[in-house]
Design a binder for this molecule. Structure first.
Ligand SMILES: [Zn+2]
Length: 217
């Protein structure tokens, strides 16, 4: 907690004064994010850090496993937040972002590990189809199995987004685009799913990797 409070103080002292004009403008005109990201709650996936976006630029919905229940099967924070963002904000791009080494995906593939977490087990049921699909595919090793399930889960949640009337309507009008991403913790790369070619392609390409600075103490 000490670290968090120290961070709050530093933000107020150093960052907030720099961003004050931006915050004043965001208060005056309201938020106008163009991107809605549905991502995992995992602490290692920091979207503002990943994208370089700041306040007012990303509307983010996070939950275990970056899951979007099909519209009408469940009403909760995820459904309501997506519906709010799409109908009330100038969202042009909706991104489902999974990530490697995802605990939710590990749980999905090993339901016995969820014995003490009935709520997690029930929640991950919304992704069950993804694990059933990879079970039929050639995934050989556990790590390949997990990787395949991570990708398949993103594709499944993209399909589920189509069940939202507000999204279907905007897709029909061509005013919104859907994207499926997987963030690779081990490389820093983000892959995007191409529905036409059914392939995953790097969004970061051959960006040179700078040598890492020393970690903060
Ligand atoms: Zn995760």
């Amino acid at each position: 907690m000490d670290k968090l409070i120290e961070g709050l103080k530093r933000f107020k002292r150093e960052t907030y004064p720099r961003l004050k004009p931006l915050y004043d403008n965001l208060i005056k005109t309201g938020q106008k994010p163009r991107a809605l990201i549905i991502g995992c709650a995992d602490s290692r996936v920091a979207f503002e850090t990943l994208t370089g976006c700041g306040p007012g630029e990303l509307f983010i919905v996070r939950n275990a496993g970056n899951i979007v229940p099909r519209y009408g099967t469940y009403v909760g924070g995820v459904t309501a937040s997506i519906e709010f963002a799409v109908t009330q904000l100038p969202i042009e791009d909706v991104i489902i972002c999974g990530h490697t080494h995802c605990g939710a995906i590990a749980g999905l593939l090993d339901p016995d590990s969820l014995r003490d977490m009935p709520a997690v087990r029930d929640w991950l049921n919304f992704s069950k189809q993804a694990s059933e699909r990879v079970r039929k595919a050639d995934t050989r090793t556990i790590s390949r199995h997990k990787r395949a399930a991570t990708s398949e889960n993103v594709k499944l949640q993209l399909e589920n987004l189509h069940s939202f009337p507000c999204i279907a309507e905007r897709l029909g009008a061509g005013s919104i685009k859907l994207h499926g991403w997987v963030y690779e913790l081990e490389t820093g790369d983000v892959l995007e799913y191409d529905e036409k070619t059914r392939t995953w392609n790097s969004l970061t390409g051959d960006e040179p990797v700078k040598p890492p600075p020393p970690l903060p103490q």
